[in-house]
Structures are given as structure tokens and as C-alpha cells.
Design a protein around this ligand. Structure first.
Ligand code: PXG
Length: 291
């Protein structure tokens, strides 16, 4: 495998960053996880817009233009023959001194991995996923704002550990008010009274690219959709519930803290959105080009 690292492609064995990189020392950096379908990168521009917004929020100047990053992503896929897979694009603060001061870092590190993707097991798409509520809360927006897709994922990892210890694979995270924010790596939606609803970003959700696609599909299908504050009660009593993410796509939720949602199996709106999402991913995207 060839990895894009600071402007050039290197062998996997040579794709190394320094122990003095603040991405490693402090989780100081930003990233994106992007899907490739059928030789096309899905919503690449939206991912890059979010990357630049995340970088701006942490005062990190990405040493490449958006066009250069598009080219590097496409080339990473071509070189590694990734026509269906996953791109991990990472920008760290770069190599600096020991000490928090990010301004000792001369130049941000940029790397791109294009690889296969590890998906959720097939069963969750057929039967629905079981969710638990984590005791670990989503960061307060006045701490690291959850809208920033930063390398600082420990909070989410702690919630993920809770999910795995509870015998499942994904957890719901509440914000400090006790409202539902999102899951550890996925946004969450309910369907109730024929309406699709998801927590507002201000409740601690990432501005998910897949989340945005759900709003587009809902408009196309004439299903009312919008943001709403949601509690655990709202999830438990919803007609349907599903989670979304670039890796996960659209996953039906079977149970929330052991309460079956709707019929305890994927509901009609969720199934329709899954099918439409699948169609969309195969009909658009930035072509990786030939080689
Ligand atoms: N919330 C969080 C906290 C995320 O990290 C999402 C929601 C969904 O956003 P998108 O833009 O993907 O619809 C994410 C994204 C991984 C992986 O390697 C995680 C994500 C995306 C791709 C891969 O676990 N999370």
C-alpha cells in the first residue's frame, strides 16, 4: 500500500510520523473518514469543507489547498486500486517541542490512507443494532466543540468501551443537559408521527455528511424532517430509530437500552432511506480517475 505523506507517496512501512508530532502527543489535529463507491469519492467536497472548518476552529492552517487535497485523495485511491473503500485524511499540528504550545510546530503533517473498510456486521442491517446509553457524556460545546472532527476522540472511545462491555457495538451519548447528542461515531435519528428528527448540532452532534444526505433524501421523498431536542424517552417511544455515518451508512436501531423500538425490527421509513442512500452512493461522487 502507498500512503500520501506530506506531499509524496511512500510505502506503508515508511509511512511514519515523529513521536514529537503533536497529533500523537496531544491529539492536536483534525481528520475525515470518507467513502469511495464504485470508483467515485462520495461527497468529497463536503468532507473537505468540514475538514477546513475543523482546522479553522483549532487555528490550524492546512498547508494544501482544497483542490490539492482532492487530487491527493483521488491519486491515493488510484494507486491503491481502491474503487470501493475508505479514505482516512488526517492533518496534525506537526512536529514540535514537548509542551502544549502549538506554535512551536513548524508545519502540519498531512497524510491520506486509502484502504478497505471494516463495516458493521451484516446482521445489524437486517435486524437492527442494539444501542445502550453511555455514562460518558458528550463534550460540552465550550470544551472541544463536538462539531470539530478532531483527533481527540478519547471521550467517544470511553463511550465505545461501555458499549462493548454491554455486549453491543455502539452507544448513545447524552450532552451535559441530558439530551441525546449522537452516538460515538454516528448521528442518530428518530421517526415519530411521520416526521424524521435528529438532535441539533448545538446539542452536541457532529455535522455529519450522512446526516445532511438524510435531510436531502427526506425532502426528495416528501417526508418532513428537521432538528429537535431528543431525550432517551423520545428514542424509546419512537416509531423508528436509525443511525448514520460514512462508515455505517444508514443502520436501523432495534433496541435502546433493551427497549424494542417500533416493532423491534427495521421500520418502513428506515428501509426506504437505506435503499435511497444506497442508490445515491452509486450514482454520484468525484471520479478517482483511470490508471
Ligand atoms: N458523529 C461522530 C462523532 C463521528 O465521528 C459521525 C457522527 C458521522 O458523520 P459522517 O460525516 O461520517 O456522516 C461521525 C463520523 C470510524 C469512522 O473509523 C467514524 C466516522 C466516520 C467514518 C469512519 O470509526 N465517524
Amino acid at each position: 500500500m502507498k500512503i500520501f505523506l506530506d506531499g509524496r507517496f511512500v510505502k506503508e512501512a515508511d509511512a511514519k510520523v515523529s513521536v514529537f508530532d503533536h497529533g500523537l502527543l496531544y491529539g492536536d489535529g483534525v481528520f475525515e473518514g470518507i467513502r469511495v463507491y464504485n470508483g467515485r469519492i462520495f461527497r468529497l467536497d463536503e468532507h473537505l469543507d468540514r475538514l477546513f472548518d475543523s482546522a479553522k476552529a483549532i487555528m490550524l492552517k492546512i498547508p494544501m489547498t482544497q483542490e490539492e487535497l482532492v487530487k491527493a485523495c483521488c491519486e491515493s485511491c488510484r494507486m491503491n486500486k481502491v474503487r470501493d473503500g475508505y479514505i482516512r485524511l488526517v492533518v496534525t499540528r506537526g512536529v514540535g517541542n514537548l509542551g502544549l504550545n502549538p506554535f512551536t510546530c513548524a508545519k502540519p503533517t498531512v497524510f491520506i490512507i486509502a484502504d478497505k473498510i471494516a463495516l458493521y456486521p451484516d446482521k445489524v442491517y437486517r435486524k437492527g443494532i442494539e444501542l445502550i446509553t453511555a455514562a460518558t457524556q458528550r463534550n460540552h460545546p465550550n470544551a472541544v466543540n463536538p462539531a470539530i472532527k478532531s483527533l481527540n476522540y478519547l471521550n467517544n472511545i470511553l463511550a465505545k468501551i461501555e458499549a462493548i462491555h454491554a455486549g453491543t457495538i455502539e452507544a448513545i451519548m447524552l450532552n451535559t443537559q441530558g439530551n441525546v447528542a449522537e452516538c460515538t461515531g454516528d448521528n442518530i435519528f428518530v421517526v415519530r408521527g411521520g416526521r424524521i428528527e435528529t438532535p441539533p448540532v448545538s446539542d452536541g452532534a457532529l455535522i455529519g455528511i450522512t446526516r445532511g444526505v438524510i435531510f436531502e433524501l427526506a425532502a426528495k421523498l416528501n417526508i418532513p424532517a428537521g432538528e429537535a431536542h431528543l431525550t432517551r424517552y423520545d428514542l424509546m417511544t419512537a416509531d423508528e430509530c436509525f443511525i448514520t455515518g460514512s462508515a455505517a451508512e444508514v443502520v436501523p436501531v432495534a433496541t435502546v437500552d433493551c427497549r424494542p423500538i417500533g416493532g423491534g425490527k427495521p421500520g418502513p421509513v428506515t428501509l426506504q432511506l437505506m435503499a435511497e442512500f444506497h442508490k445515491l452512493t452509486r450514482s454520484e461522487g468525484t471520479p478517482i480517475g483511470k490508471k
